[in-house]
Design a protein around this ligand. Structure first.
Ligand code: DX5
Length: 231
């Protein structure tokens, strides 16, 4: 079992104080930062580009991953790597030439990951597992924070984890979930085989603060995944 990681989605932060928010997330003990890049085309929402991510880079050593909810991820892949992202996540639904897109990301010196919308079957990534270091199973329809978790995605998480193990890649390919992750849902996702858990509203709305939220989510995930996941 891969080590459990808690990754914040930055969508809920106050962008007028982005540096402080990144420093606070780092101090709260998160394992990486996920940047939700939306182009208003692939999803009905518009967020930010590489410039905003680059402005946050000097404020933490934590790894950055860009979740590219965009129609044309190839166009600006280099800019996200130059902004300090060590992993680029592209959606299988946006990539006509997914194999080429993933290989291109590796040629830029970053690691590549592939994301699946809720309606997309796990088999869509069966032939590119050797090109990625992570598969992201969306547990909401992408585009907004604060949506309800889709529990039927746990079957797909199990399937993706089994595909990775069957391909002999279990020691190097992570399974991530994103959307509606919180104290009431994280155990189901981690128990199904997800080891990286992205959370937005659940982290920022905890009345006891960020550090309490991170610790609680990590404890629930490790308990569901088993001691090996404690890392
Ligand atoms: C949705 C994003 C998610 C979202 C998570 O498209 O990819 O990262 O911001 O937010 P919560 O945890 O509030 O569902």
């Amino acid at each position: 079992m891969r080590r459990i990681e808690i990754a914040p989605s930055v969508l809920p932060v106050d962008f007028s104080h982005l540096a402080d928010a990144i420093t606070a997330l780092d101090a709260a003990g998160v394992d990486r930062i996920q940047w939700d890049v939306m182009d208003g085309q692939f999803v009905p929402n518009l967020t930010f580009g590489p410039g905003v991510i680059a402005s946050a880079r000097p404020h933490t050593e934590l790894p950055f991953e860009a979740h590219l909810m965009v129609l044309t991820p190839d166009v600006m892949a280099r800019e996200y790597v130059d902004a300090g992202c060590s992993r680029l996540i592209v959606h299988v639904e946006a990539c006509t030439h997914l194999h080429r897109t993933l290989a291109n990301i590796a040629s830029l010196g970053a690691t590549a990951a592939v994301a699946l919308n809720p309606s997309t079957p796990a088999d869509a990534v069966a032939h590119v597992l050797d090109l990625v270091d992570m598969v992201l199973v969306m547990t909401v329809n992408p585009g907004f924070g604060g949506q309800a978790y889709i529990p039927t995605m746990e079957a797909k998480v199990r399937q993706v984890r089994a595909m990775i193990e069957a391909a002999g890649l279990g020691d190097r390919v992570d399974v991530e979930v994103d959307g509606g992750i919180g104290p009431a849902t994280i155990a189901g996702a981690a128990g199904a085989g997800a080891n990286i858990l992205v959370a937005g509203s659940a982290l920022f709305k905890d009345p006891l603060g960020l550090a309490h939220a991170v610790d609680e989510l990590r404890a629930l995930a490790v308990a569901a995944a088993g001691p090996a996941a404690a890392g």
